[in-house]
Design a protein around this ligand. Structure first.
Ligand SMILES: *Cc1c(COP(=O)(O)O)cnc(C)c1O
Length: 356
């Protein structure tokens, strides 16, 4: 039986995505060959890449002048690739968690970094507000969803400088005003496909403004020029991502995904808020993520946390153990997770609380 998969990443994929990928591994596009053994330059895979780029444009309403790429190296490579291509003298960053801090560390190799706000002193339990964004920055970098800490910014900030966003763990969970961004990137393994591909949406006009030499593979222009086929792209992850994108489109696009995600998150947060045993870790209600819900047991029940993980596992509920830097529990409610799984978790919480 399929388990209720709350893993933070790699994470649940739709049955549609997994089944079509499995089929293509056996016989890809009626070629009589496996997806794993065909040339990425064959017309069948070129069609996959084209549609996988096109559907991102359609689903996120990407304006003219932007390119969609599928690159290797994970979101973590974008932490250096973004400043390599876009940082001339000074950039502003929000320090909202481990991933944001990693991005800041890499950017400092290329120029001055001003941390405009940080919630680090509170173990990242809220998303900073009320900071100023100076107008002399080359760009302002944000992490829209902090996967480990369960905080999220669900709006596109209005700033006078170019925006860059790591949307690894909440892309396709809401409509995004792409025109506000020079660069958006996301590792596939949360809301799109298996690990191995990184989705990049980049504005052409933003490139070519730095003086430094950029290694060929780290230059966005290389991949734009070659339609994400300069070198062998991650063939299987791109194929699977395309299946997910088709699935999103069929369901009604990102507006529909948002509606479903909000309903799932409300169900779980209501259960946490009405419990005497469980408590959310995010202190500011506006900062709560609808993708990763982090919670712990109150001090008097604390020693039961491990028991609860086992109690859930016996019910087919997996992946709820919190990241070691937060502890407790983290339930990731990515797009592919059905609300029935959230209901199963909520039922388990209620039953466990009653039994103790
Ligand atoms: C998972 C994650 C990353 C890291 O992605 P990799 O593909 O493993 O490099 C970066 N940022 C955020 C917000 C993430 O959730």
């Amino acid at each position: 039986m399929k388990k209720h998969n709350f893993s933070a990443g790699p994470s649940i994929l739709s049955e549609y995505t997994i089944k079509n990928t499995a089929d293509a591994i056996l016989n890809f596009a009626n070629t009589g060959l496996s997806l794993l053994e065909v040339s990425h330059r064959g017309k069948e895979f070129v069609a996959v890449m084209d549609e996988a780029q096109q559907l991102v444009k359609e689903l996120l309403d990407v304006p003219e002048g932007y390119h969609v790429l599928y690159l290797g190296g994970g979101a973590s490579l974008q932490f250096c690739m973004a400043p390599y291509n876009l940082l001339r003298s000074k950039a502003g960053y929000l320090d909202t968690g481990t991933w944001a801090a990693n991005a800041i560390k890499e950017a400092r190799l290329f120029g001055e970094v001003e941390v405009l706000a940080s919630s680090k002193e509170a173990n990242y339990t809220y998303y900073p507000k009320g900071y100023e964004v100076p107008e002399d920055l080359d760009y302002f970098h944000i992490t829209t969803n902090n996967t480990i800490y369960g905080t999220e910014l669900r709006t596109d900030p209005d700033v006078k400088v170019p925006l860059i966003a790591d949307m690894s763990s909440d892309i396709f969970s809401r409509p995004v005003d792409v025109s506000k961004y020079d660069l958006i990137y996301a590792g596939a393994q949360k809301n799109l496909g298996p690990a191995g591909a990184t989705l990049v949406i980049v504005k052409e006009d933003a490139l070519g403004k730095v003086d430094r030499q950029i290694p060929t593979m780290l230059d966005y222009r290389t991949h734009i020029k070659k339609g994400s086929m300069f070198n062998t792209p991650p063939v299987l992850p791109v194929f699977s991502s395309l299946q997910t994108l088709r699935y999103y489109k069929e369901l009604g696009g990102v507006k529909e995904m948002e509606k479903r995600d909000l309903a799932k998150a409300a169900l779980l947060y209501d259960a946490i808020d009405s419990s005497k045993m469980f408590v959310g870790t995010v202190t500011d209600p506006d900062s709560r993520s609808i993708m990763n819900v982090t919670f712990v047991m109150t001090p008097e029940y604390k020693e039961l946390e491990k028991d609860f993980v086992d109690f859930c596992a016996a019910r087919g509920i997996v992946g709820i153990k919190g990241h070691r830097s937060v502890g407790g529990f983290r339930a990731s409610l990515y797009n592919a997770l059905p609300i029935e799984s959230v209901q199963a978790l909520v039922d388990a919480m209620k039953e466990f609380e009653k039994a103790h």
